[in-house]
Design a protein around this ligand. Sequence first.
Ligand code: CNA
Length: 240
Amino acid sequence: MDDIERLQKIFDESKRIVFFTGAGASTESGIPDFRSVDGLYNTKYAYPPETIISHTFFYENTKEFYRFYKDKMIYPSALPNKAHLKMAEYEKIGKCRGIITQNIDGLHQMAGSKNVYELHGSIHRNYCQRCHKFYDVKKIIDSIDVPYCDCGGLIKPDVVLYEEGLNDKILHDAIEQIRLADTLVIVGTSLVVYPAAGLINYFRGKNLVLINKSETPADKYASLAIHQACGEVLDKIICR
Ligand code: CNA
């Protein structure tokens, strides 16, 4: 049996699949990840990305934050790829109970997934820091330098920056989904960003599957680890 046949067998026998995704799930949609050779961390900026996308930097160097953010973190024409679409199909037939994602691009929802737990927020939600008015991503794209609300307040993306905590309810619900899963499929994440990566430790089910181009710290616990592009792999799976 090859890896794809093994994966198909696991999916066929599972009743409660949860996907846990990272930036690698969206690279086939043209959005670079952080840590691959052609990822964001290997591009040159005046500050390292971890510094720029931090809470302190946002408030102290707002203009520079938005220059990087608009240039490197918003991809308005990106579309869901075969990985997003297959995960959405599994939700439609009732086998996938949830997608827990570290991504902020909204592509799971665009693919049709409903039960998405966005651990790190979304570029599609932005709020005035003064009056809390909501703005979509177009407001950010269209702004010159820093986006401001009609009331004059600063608009901040609903994205969890470095130094900020995760939303308690989302974290709690994501852990509950992982606890209840019989199969956890980890897709396109280096599993080095905490606390998100630590969530997989709550898994008590039968099959831990990894689909990631490079090796991860969780490979040694996996029932199956496939080191290939997730869109290509999931495209070969028949959802039934
Ligand atoms: P990461 O640390 O950049 O790791 C990505 C992993 O995906 C690497 O191990 C790659 O080998 C692997 N990979 C890349 N392409 C593929 C592919 N096609 N198929 C399978 N595996 C692939 O990113 P993480 O998600 O682990 O780090 C968490 C950060 C990245 C979160 O805070 C995210 O918000 C943040 N991020 C999100 C996006 C997005 O929303 N699309 C983009 C870039 C970074």
